[in-house]
Design a binder for this molecule. Structure first.
Ligand code: KIV
Ligand code: NA
Length: 265
């Protein structure tokens, strides 16, 4: 089974088959998602919040992405692997090109994702010219949280809806192979999906996109805080870990001198 390519992803969209995408940040989680048949794994800069305990994604560095991107890539054989370019590493086309080259060379990932509106278009074109596929990302852009003034749904009024539609078309024209629509009102996300010929990947943007992406920790319930309202957790892994650890603590505390390990094979 060869690894999926951006052509396979476009073919899924063209054939009307939904694209399933999740984030991953470590080797074993990526391997399990790959076994489950996930189409795309995103090494998201949500790494900052989810794994590193930062309040926003702004603290994530290119070195962070490279370390985790390489671990994810090593764990997988089938999924298309995309790595986020973190805050400050895609500020202009040449800076983004240097960043993307480093990521592809040092991780094995096949593509990068860049947050940004219409100003990201020249960057997308530049990378594409150099053979680097780019996934665009519009709507709620966490790297711009201080500019946006918080995390909220985008495209609610006619003016903002029109701007998002124009941006999506401009980024497709610039050469993006797909586009993430994050927290965009569902009717608008559906309209953008109809107008574009590249796949749209939704998160918190309704069911009509060409595919869906979630932060894997939200899907499996491996978090301390409640996940966003649009997520339906499929497991409670935090509870599984807590129970196993509690049982282990109790067993160690109650051991009467003789060692009785829980896992010996
Ligand atoms: O970093 C991330 O996890 C993302 C997805 C939520 C799209 O960018
Ligand atoms: Na991200």
């Amino acid at each position: 089974q060869a690894r999926l390519t951006i052509r396979n992803i476009q073919a899924l969209r063209d054939g009307g088959e939904r694209i399933a995408m999740l984030t991953a940040y470590d080797n074993v989680t990526a391997a399990v998602l790959d076994q489950a048949g996930i189409d795309i794994i995103l090494v998201g800069d949500s790494l900052g919040n989810v794994v590193l305990g930062h309040p926003t994604t702004l603290s994530v560095t290119l070195d962070d992405m490279i370390r985790h991107g390489a671990a994810v890539h090593r764990g997988t054989a089938r999924a298309l692997i995309i790595c986020d370019l973190p805050f400050g590493t895609a500020t202009d086309p040449e800076t983004a090109l240097r960043s993307a080259i480093t990521v592809l060379q040092q991780t094995g990932c096949q593509a990068v994702k860049i947050e940004g509106g219409a100003p990201a278009a020249p960057t997308i074109t530049r990378l594409r010219e150099q053979g680097i596929p780019v996934m665009a990302h519009i709507g709620l852009m966490p790297q711009a949280v201080h500019q946006l003034g918080g995390y909220y749904v985008h495209g609610k009024n006619a003016e903002s809806a029109e701007r998002l539609m124009e941006t999506a078309l401009a980024l497709q024209h610039a050469g993006a192979f797909a586009i993430v629509l994050e927290c965009i009102v569902p009717d608008l996300a559906a309209e953008i999906t109809r107008r574009l010929t590249i796949p749209t990947i939704g998160i918190g943007s309704g069911a009509a996109c060409s595919g869906q992406v979630l932060v894997v920790n939200d899907l499996i319930g491996l978090n301390i805080e409640r996940p966003p309202s649009f997520v339906v957790p499929r497991a409670d892994v935090a509870a599984v870990i807590r129970e196993a650890a509690c049982a282990y603590v109790a067993e160690v505390k109650n051991a009467s001198g003789q060692s009785k390990e829980t896992q010996v094979d």
